[in-house]
Design a protein around this ligand. Sequence first.
Ligand code: ATP
Ligand code: MG
Length: 420
Amino acid sequence: MATFQAPKGTYDLIPPYSAKYLAVREAISGPLRKSGYGYIETPGFEDVDLFARGVGESTDIVTKEMYTLTTKGGANLALRPEGTASVLRAALEANLHKAGGLPVKLWYSGSYYRYERPQKGRYRHFSQVGAEAIGSEDPALDAELIILADQAYRSLGLRNFRILLNSLGDAECRPVYREALQGFLRGLDLDEETLRRAEINPLRVLDDKRESVQKQLVGAPMLRDYLCEACKAYHSEVRELITAAGVVFEDDEKLVRGLDYYTRTTFEFVHDGLGSQSAVGGGGRYDGLSEMIGGPALPSVGWALGVDRTVLALEAEGVELDIPPATSVFAIALSDEARKVLFGAVTELRKTGVAADFSYGSKGLKSHMKNANRSGARFTVVAGERDLAEGVVQLKDMESGEQDAVALADLVATVRARLA
Ligand code: ATP
Ligand code: MG
């Protein structure tokens, strides 16, 4: 029979490699959990219109990258390509913005799907950890999120990442700039698709990666020169707060990000060891999104960090995460009676919180020892008929190589004491 493979653009997370992913998710979510963010989980698919309206009709995500489907019941759904629209939808549906004080601070972790051209760091199924602070316009909130992401990356040992920062203005100043930019773009020699984009969302043309386009953009009007007083003040406070926190960033006037909903603060975390898939995370303020999906005005800010690319960035920097072995004690039985006794001891150890594993199957001592070594266990417990007759087991410290006989009745307490 033909064997199956993971679909194009996807890959499986397999031990021991998969432990890195768990550690990265843990490291990214850690600072959030300690900063008042509550965990939220939403479905893997949503009404396709949520993304069309929320992410934007002119974005690559919506026009090219979405996995859409029609259910047997006739509903038009899309596998979620990003988290923000879903999280805001869920918060509105549950009336979180009415229930308690604002902002509503939420974090999430999960799988996202985009129909992209697969390459290193760009997959059709990938993983993000994200955070959203909903319903408050306060530069300290924008600063908090940037600081927490910086802290997360640093706690992992990453050093060669940079933070790019920009302001996209608001409903007052952005339209004026938009028109000025459009006027400029109309005079350029651009292909049809780009010209169309210039009409729908001209700021996104600034984000065009092609050199032929970038060359023509020299001299384009810059948003910085059009920011209204309120946006300028807001942005300078964000900059001040993150600077005071010791977080280094670079101003990047061309940073517009691929989603339509951003206003004011936008930022991206880039890593220089990743080639063209250099963005390890990004986010910004999205003051208009709630209204775009039918909610009340709820100025909000958030980010999403890519787990896959963060793992690649760790590899690029040669950072080895300190992942402790999953197993502390490995028990090896040398007789049928010992199997029952040691299996019981393993269960007892586990009950008291000691990670333990057992010599399953009927292979010999040698192959069991191999499994014990592979498990990374600090201790092995070996027992055969003779040991049991004396009421003892052999406890071996795999680090020092020392071995001694321990009374079976004292095994759990002895192991716990030596592990402590
Ligand atoms: P890019 O410019 O590389 O396409 P993006 O702007 O589309 O990135 P976001 O929508 O901001 O990415 O998503 C946040 C993070 O999620 C990215 O910084 C990246 O780390 C990760 N990410 C996005 N798309 C993919 C993908 N196809 N494969 C792996 N990771 C991804
Ligand atoms: Mg993209």
